[in-house]
Ligand binder design. Structure first.
Ligand code: AGP
Length: 592
């Protein structure tokens, strides 16, 4: 949540660079924005406002400048106002700070600083940072880096900060919990919450680890441990994402582009090293208890994986939502294996779950999309899903890529790795055929019929049950229709009371042993007036509207969720909503 981006170097258009780069991080938060620029004449220019950074013209910040920081906000402390937008400043206006995260002890620090005469202009936790740095700089011989380090030692909570001093040509950044990545160019440096901010300029990065800070000054980059001040050596890493990967291509929205990317991403997900997959499979077989953990869509993927392991590998694994995971710490042992799943690799609740697992000595396997992310680096083993950057808030290609990797592992546990890979490669081909303009038009016709409804329900059985839950998330988050997913058999235990004449109900089916049961549930809904929209490989007379999907055996949930992603997208567009940036949400949830 919140995107931060800073530039220091030889270019003279730092203001435009950070505004442009920040637009590539808008998925992290988009309720307000702001920038601080140290102009070449040594003065500071500041601008901030409520609204999306996307609407800001980078040419308005083209004044000669080689050092700038900027921020795109997802509000936590303090409402969405211009005053609460970052950057925040010290009383003398010398220090500017942008921040992602939450300083939990800010009230105590604020009172302390107020008693020393500091006045505050916002309700944010962030504003204590420039004031505290200003206070510390009063000490004789104190450098900016030392003042930032001392300030950070007093913060409780999670933070990633960029600090700019009007009097110096240097940029200081620090992190604990929230992500920060250093992009290294020729005579220049970029520091951002996420790689897409600077991909236009460099693919060479250095990762800032938790509890570290970095000072860029006089062409030198110095990493230090925040607590001890000890210097750290870093390895330069080249990342393989390209600028083209982060664009919208020919599509109007990232969400649609990323749905269409699924023509290729299933194949890319199963492009894994056999040895590695077999090792993971062995760990699952030999561990004493395997728990899957994740949030949101990735959590629904884990629930589907429960079925994959049960049906394909006859192996019991549990799923625990990451935010609830710490409650289960009593059951963790050094021999336990925890599998965490995350697109961003930065989700705070997942990181917390990993911390709890590690405290018990359990091993952690991370299945992530973002190489070098905090989750990837904190795990004992990592598998990448290779989906490429996912920028729409609604997760689509990452979800199906995660399911593909987990289904491949389930096959490996069953001793059928090759069969699993063949199934998934064939499924990728079927998805490629499915995603054609006629298919999308057919779903658009259905979306037009139901887009004015306020409520809809989705049912599934077996591995389609978690997909019913995932369908509800997709529809809720982008179209704002009240959608709920149920296990089909649960309808008669309560939810069926919600059905009225014409209520849209989506049923997810496969060509499998669950079909006859769910057909009975469909009849129960129909008898109460529901409009049945079925996603199924086979047509049945009970369906009012039918979205045909290929028969994909155990890969059925991967195939079935795709038309729902398209439906959710089209419902959002028909209802005049922005599917890429839904209200109240952010792509990467780095707060608990
Ligand atoms: C998905 O559409 C959501 N935006 C959200 O539920 C997401 O899946 C969740 O926040 C987890 O994110 P992660 O995969 O980056 O950990």
């Amino acid at each position: 949540m919140c995107g931060i981006f800073g530039y220091i170097g030889e270019r003279k258009n730092a203001g435009s660079i950070v505004i442009r780069g920040l637009k590539n991080l808008e998925y992290r938060g988009y309720d307000s924005w702001g920038i601080a620029m140290r102009l070449l004449d040594g003065s500071m220019r500041m601008a901030k406002d409520i609204g999306k950074i996307g609407a800001v013209d980078d040419k308005d910040f083209a004044q000669p400048c080689s050092l700038a920081i900027a921020h795109s906000r997802w509000a936590t402390h303090g409402g969405v106002t211009r005053d609460n937008a970052h950057p925040h400043f010290s009383c003398d206006g010398r220090i500017a700070v942008v921040h992602n995260g939450i300083i939990e002890n800010f009230e105590e620090l604020r009172s302390e600083l107020e008693s020393k005469g500091h006045t505050f202009a916002s309700q944010t936790d962030t504003e204590i940072i420039p004031h505290l740095v200003e206070e510390l700089l009063k000490q004789k011989g104190m450098t900016l880096a030392e003042a930032v380090r001392s300030a950070c030692k007093r913060f409780m909570g999670r933070f990633a900060i960029l600090v700019l001093d009007r009097q110096l040509m240097s940029l200081v950044a620090a992190r604990t919990g929230s992500p920060l990545i250093v992009g290294v160019g020729d005579g220049e440096c970029f520091i951002a919450s996420d790689i897409p901010a600077f991909l236009e300029y460099t693919r060479t990065v250095e990762y800032l680890d938790d509890g570290e800070m970095v000072t860029v000054e006089g062409g030198k980059i110095r990493f230090q441990n925040i607590q001890t001040g000890e210097e750290r050596e870093k390895r330069l890493v080249t990342i393989d994402w390209t600028v083209a990967d982060t664009g919208k291509g020919e599509y109007e929205h990232y969400m649609l582009k990323e749905i269409m990317d699924q023509k290729e991403t299933i194949q890319r997900a199963v492009h894994q090293d056999d040895e590695h997959i077999l090792q993971v499979a062995k760990s699952i077989e030999t561990c004493l208890g395997c728990i899957l953990s994740a949030c949101g869509t990735a959590g629904k993927v884990c629930m589907a994986a429960d079925y994959f392991f049960s049906v394909v590998a006859k192996r019991h694994v549990n799923f625990v939502t990451a935010s609830e995971f710490p409650i289960y710490h009593h059951f963790l042992k050094p021999e336990s294996l925890i599998i965490v799943v995350s697109q961003s690799g930065e989700t705070a609740d997942v990181l917390e779950a990993m911390k709890v697992a590690k405290q018990s000595g359990s091993k952690v396997l991370a299945i992530v999309n973002t190489e070098g992310s905090s989750i990837a680096r904190a795990a004992d083993y990592t598998l990448l899903i290779n989906a490429g950057p996912e920028r729409a808030v609604a997760s689509t290609k990452a979800a199906t890529g995660q399911m593909a990797v987990l289904l491949l592992i389930a096959h490996a546990v069953a001793g059928k790795l090759n069969a699993g890979r063949t199934l998934l490669l064939e499924t990728g081909g079927l998805i490629n055929d499915m995603l054609n303009p006629r298919y999308i038009e057919h779903i658009e016709g259905i979306a037009k019929k139901i887009c004015k409804h306020d409520n809809m329900y989705i049912i599934g059985k077996g591995w389609n049950y978690p997909m019913a839950l995932e369908s509800a998330i997709k529809i809720q988050e982008v179209s704002y229709i009240h959608a709920e997913g149920f296990a089909a058999g649960e309808l008669k235990h309560g939810p069926i009371a919600l059905i009225e004449e014409g209520t849209p109900c989506v049923a997810l089916l496969g060509n499998d042993e669950f079909t006859s049961d769910i057909l009975s549930n469909i009849m129960e809904l129909k008898a109460r007036g529901a409009l049945i929209i079925a996603v199924s490989p086979v047509r049945h007379t009970a369906f009012d509207l039918w979205i045909k999907v290929p028969d994909a055996a155990s890969a059925q949930p991967i195939v079935n969720i795709i038309p729902i992603q398209i439906l959710a997208y089209l419902l959002a567009v028909l209802r005049g909503k922005d599917p890429d940036m839904p209200r109240n949400l952010a792509k990467s949830v780095t707060v608990k």
